[in-house]
Design a protein around this ligand. Structure first.
Ligand code: HEC
Ligand code: HEC
Length: 295
């Protein structure tokens, strides 16, 4: 028995001893066959590792290279013109084929995905929901809208839609004078109406003040002549020319759908987009509910 053998045996004994120490310290129950098989596996791995290592270390010590030497010599180091060992070459080719299969046909393209399953189930559920409530009456929409509002919108807009003292839109009136003034001054291009963007600086100074007061007041009383520049797009009644521009007189379903889809950043703050998070019926329900909040 040479010294390498003895070192190997000692090393294997240490590995096995350490494995038993871990098993003991973790109070693993060895009457459970799975634990027992695992332990036998661990011991086998330790023995095989040491055995195979000893075999190759010995072989390296005694093996002599054979074959025809290549002409090149690199600082005295030569190279044999031996064929690739066939086992090595086949494993290399096999790995390449497997890699191609893996990327093209196997995982990840065709793998089962929990997220995918979840999304499919949500879509199926939403379709069923839309089908059931396709012709929901006003009372159902109102109730549905209220419950969605309380969960999704009330944290910012307040339980009664009062905007939590100016932290978000107060739904009891269309928009405040400051908001209208800010829009007139800066324009807006967020809601994706067919008319496109609202240009900045459509009115200035006293005109802008007068228009803003009129719009914020719910467009009641005599219309100032200066509102003419707005009427071209928003309509003389402010109702948005049949949906091509926002209705600035009241919250209508089109406006609420555009706002929910795109969000809006304005004088108060940022209204987040709810894109993909509400079904058409749910948006309609919210519109029904919001228009009932008008004072
Ligand atoms: C060229 C057409 C055009 C003109 C003229 C115009 N607007 Fe607009 N307005 C729009 C469009 C389009 C939007 C939607 C902007 C967006 O997508 O963010 C808009 C948005 C608004 C909004 C915000 C609506 C909301 O809820 O987000 C207000 C308020 C408004 N306009 C008021 C006015 C006033 C007041 C005038 C006149 C001084 C005016 N607009 C002139 C096209 C116009
Ligand atoms: C994270 C807070 C937040 C949440 C949640 C939120 N909003 Fe808003 N919302 C705002 C803010 C802030 C504004 C004012 C934006 C501005 O400055 O014009 C606003 C404005 C609005 C407007 C008016 C936009 C306009 O163009 O006049 C509508 C309509 C609206 N929200 C509906 C909703 C609905 C419906 C929900 C629930 C599905 C909701 N919001 C959830 C913060 C929020």
């Amino acid at each position: 028995m040479n010294s390498l053998m003895i070192k190997g045996l000692i090393f294997a004994a240490v590995l096995i001893g350490a494995t038993f120490a871990v098993v003991k310290s973790m109070h693993i129950d060895l009457s459970d066959p799975i634990n027992m098989i695992t332990l036998i596996g661990a011991v086998a791995i330790a023995v095989l590792t040491v055995g195979v290592s000893i075999k190759y270390i010995n072989q390296m010590k005694t093996d002599k290279a054979t074959g025809e030497l290549a002409d090149e010599s690199w600082d005295g180091i030569g190279e044999y013109k031996n064929e690739l060992p066939s086992g090595w070459a086949f494993s290399f080719l096999g790995t390449m084929i497997w890699a191609m299969w893996y990327w093209i046909a196997g995982y990840p393209v065709n793998a089962f995905s929990q997220i995918g399953q979840y999304n499919e189930e949500v879509l199926a559920y939403n379709a069923k929901f839309e089908e059931i409530h396709k012709n929901a009456d006003a009372a159902t929409l109102q109730e549905m809208g209220e419950s969605i509002f309380l969960v999704q919108c009330a944290p910012c807009h307040g339980e009664t839609g009062d905007g939590l003292s100016g932290k978000a839109q107060d739904f009891s009136s269309r928009e405040s004078k400051e908001q209208v003034l800010a829009i007139i001054k800066n324009g807006s291009d967020q809601l994706k109406y067919p008319m496109g963007a609202m240009p900045a600086g459509m009115a200035q100074g006293a005109d802008a003040e007068e228009i803003a007061a009129y719009v914020a007041g719910g467009m009641k009383g005599e219309q100032p002549a200066s509102f003419g520049v707005c009427a071209g797009c928003h309509g003389a009644d402010g109702k948005g020319n049949g949906g091509t521009a926002p209705n600035i007189a009241e919250y209508d379903q089109t406006l609420i759908e555009h706002v929910l889809e795109n969000g809006r950043k304005g004088a108060i703050g940022t209204m987040p987009s709810f894109k993909g998070r509400l079904t058409p019926v749910q948006k309609k329900a919210l519109a029904t509910y919001l228009s009932s909040l008008k004072s």
